[in-house]
Design a protein around this ligand. Structure first.
Ligand SMILES: Cc1cc2nc3c(=O)[nH]c(=O)nc-3n(C[C@H](O)[C@H](O)[C@H](O)COP(=O)(O)OP(=O)(O)OC[C@H]3O[C@@H](n4cnc5c(N)ncnc54)[C@H](O)[C@@H]3O)c2cc1C
Length: 379
C-alpha cells in the first residue's frame, strides 16, 4: 500500500500538539497532525475554558525564562488571529509563610527579579474582598499573571498552522508506529503514513503510545467546578485575580468569572485517583463537588451558591512533577513532550517552539535539561 509522505507527523493535536504543528509549519515543514477526537475536544487535559498563566513559579525558578518566552508567543498568536486569548488579572500565591507555594513563589521572584508584593491576609482582603484567608497566611501578588482561553488557543494554533500549509486530521486514532534512522511510519485507523520525523504530544495517552516512558507519565483524574458566588461582583474579571492557595484542606487554584456564569475552582490531585486515559471516570459526583466546596465555603467571602458546571479532566504526572521534553532514547528522529503534571498549559506556546527545534536540529535555544527523560532511568 502506498502511504502519504510528510516531513513531520505530530501525534495528538491538543494543547502541546497544536503548538508543535504551528511551529513546525512556521519552519517550512510539511506537517501532518493526527488527533483522535475533535479540534478542540473535552476528553483530554486542555478543556474547561481557562488556564492560569503566571510568572511566579513555586514549582521551580528554572521555568521563569520559558514563561517569559511563552507570554511573548501567546501575544504573537493573539495578534495573528485577531482574538484575545490572554487576560491579565494579576496572580496570587497564598498559604502559610513557610509553605512551598509562598516560599517557592518568592524564590522565583528573587531569582528573576520579578515585580511583586507580599500581602498579609488583611491586606489581601482589603485589596481583593473576595478572599478571607486565615490571619497568619501571606499572599504573593504579581501583576503580570492571568489566564488563557485554552480551547481558543488550540483553535488559533491550528488555524495558523493550516494557513502555512499544515494538514490537521481529526477523528483519526494512531494505532502504532515504527522508527528507523531513515524515517518513521505511522498507522492510524484510517491510513498509513511515512515521514522523516515524529513528535508525540499525546497527553494522558502518552504511555500507551511510547513504551520508553514507562510509568513516568501517569494519568490522574481531576474535576473542575464552577459555582455561582453569593456576591458575584467580588469575583468579576476586574476585581479578582487568578490564584494558587495552600490550605489544610489541600492545594487549590481559581479564576474570576469568565465564560461560564460561575467562579471556577480546582484542587490539585483532586481525589488522588490514578487512572488510564481510556478508563477514567468521566462522571462527576457529590464527592467531587464537596472537595471543591471545602475551599469556597471556608476561604471566599459569602461562599458559593448553586453549581453551574462540573467537568472532569486529566493530569499526566511525572514522579517529580516536572515535564518530559526530550528525544526518544532509541530514535533520534522521534521527539516526546509529555508528563505536564497539571501545570503545562501556560507553556504550550513555547513547548511548540522547543519541540520544533528539537525535531529539526536535535537541540533547542531553551534550557530543557530539567526535562530529560533519562532522569527517571532505573525507576
Ligand atoms: C483540571 C485541570 C486544570 C489545569 N489547570 C492548569 C492551569 O491553570 N494552568 C496550566 O498551565 N496548566 C493547567 N493544567 C495542565 C494543562 O492543562 C496540561 O498540562 C495541558 O493541557 C496538557 O496538554 P497536552 O497537549 O499534553 O494534552 P492534551 O491537550 O490532552 O492533548 C493530547 C492530545 O493527544 C490526543 N491523542 C492521544 N492519543 C492519540 C492517538 N493514539 N491518536 C491520535 N490522537 C491522540 C488526545 O486526544 C489529545 O487531544 C490543568 C489540567 C487540568 C486537567
Amino acid at each position: 500500500m502506498n502511504s502519504e509522505h510528510f516531513d513531520t507527523i505530530v501525534v495528538g493535536v491538543g494543547g502541546m500538539g497544536s503548538a508543535a504543528v504551528h511551529h513546525l509549519a512556521q519552519r517550512g515543514q510539511r506537517v501532518l497532525g493526527l488527533e483522535q477526537y475533535d479540534i478542540p475536544h473535552e476528553m483530554g487535559s486542555s478543556h474547561g475554558i481557562t488556564r492560569v498563566i503566571r510568572l511566579t513559579y513555586f514549582e521551580h525558578p528554572a521555568y521563569v525564562p520559558l514563561l517569559a518566552r511563552a507570554f511573548a508567543l501567546w501575544r504573537e498568536l493573539e495578534q495573528a488571529g485577531g482574538e484575545q486569548l490572554l487576560y491579565i488579572t494579576g496572580s496570587l500565591d497564598a498559604g502559610a509563610p513557610d509553605s512551598f507555594v509562598v516560599e517557592g513563589s518568592l524564590s522565583s521572584c528573587a531569582d528573576h527579579n520579578l515585580a511583586h508584593e507580599v500581602l498579609t491576609s488583611a491586606e489581601l482582603t482589603s485589596r481583593f474582598p473576595g478572599f478571607q484567608l486565615p490571619p497568619e497566611m501571606l499572599a504573593v501578588w504579581q501583576p503580570d499573571g492571568g489566564f488563557l482561553l485554552s480551547e481558543r488557543c488550540i483553535v488559533h494554533h491550528v488555524l495558523q498552522a493550516q494557513a502555512l500549509g499544515a494538514e490537521v486530521r481529526a477523528r483519526e486514532h494512531v494505532i502504532d508506529w515504527e522508527a528507523a534512522p531513515g524515517g518513521v511510519t505511522v498507522r492510524s485507523n484510517r491510513a498509513s503514513y511515512s515521514a522523516e520525523r515524529l513528535v508525540f504530544t499525546a497527553g494522558a495517552w502518552s504511555q500507551s503510545l511510547v513504551a520508553s516512558l514507562g510509568n513516568n507519565a501517569a494519568p490522574e483524574r481531576q474535576v473542575m467546578g464552577w459555582f455561582q458566588p453569593a456576591q458575584p461582583q467580588l469575583f468579576a474579571l476586574e476585581r479578582f485575580p487568578v490564584f494558587n492557595c495552600l490550605v489544610p484542606e489541600g492545594h487549590y487554584y481559581g479564576f474570576p468569572i469568565h465564560g461560564i456564569p460561575g467562579f471556577k475552582i480546582g484542587k490539585y490531585h483532586h481525589l488522588e485517583e490514578q487512572t488510564t486515559a481510556d478508563d477514567v471516570d468521566r462522571g462527576c459526583h457529590p464527592q467531587d463537588e464537596a472537595a471543591l466546596r471545602a475551599f469556597t465555603q471556608q476561604y471566599l467571602t459569602g461562599g458559593m451558591g448553586p453549581t453551574q458546571a462540573l467537568k472532569p479532566c486529566m493530569f499526566t504526572n511525572t514522579p517529580d512533577g516536572h515535564f518530559i521534553i526530550d528525544r526518544h532514547p532509541e530514535h533520534a528522529n522521534v521527539v516526546i513532550a509529555a508528563g505536564f503534571s497539571g501545570h503545562g498549559f501556560k507553556f504550550c506556546s513555547v513547548v511548540g517552539e522547543v519541540v520544533a527545534e528539537l525535531a529539526l536540529a536535535g537541540k533547542t535555544r531553551h534550557d530543557i535539561e530539567m526535562f530529560r527523560l533519562d532522569r527517571f532511568a532505573g525507576h
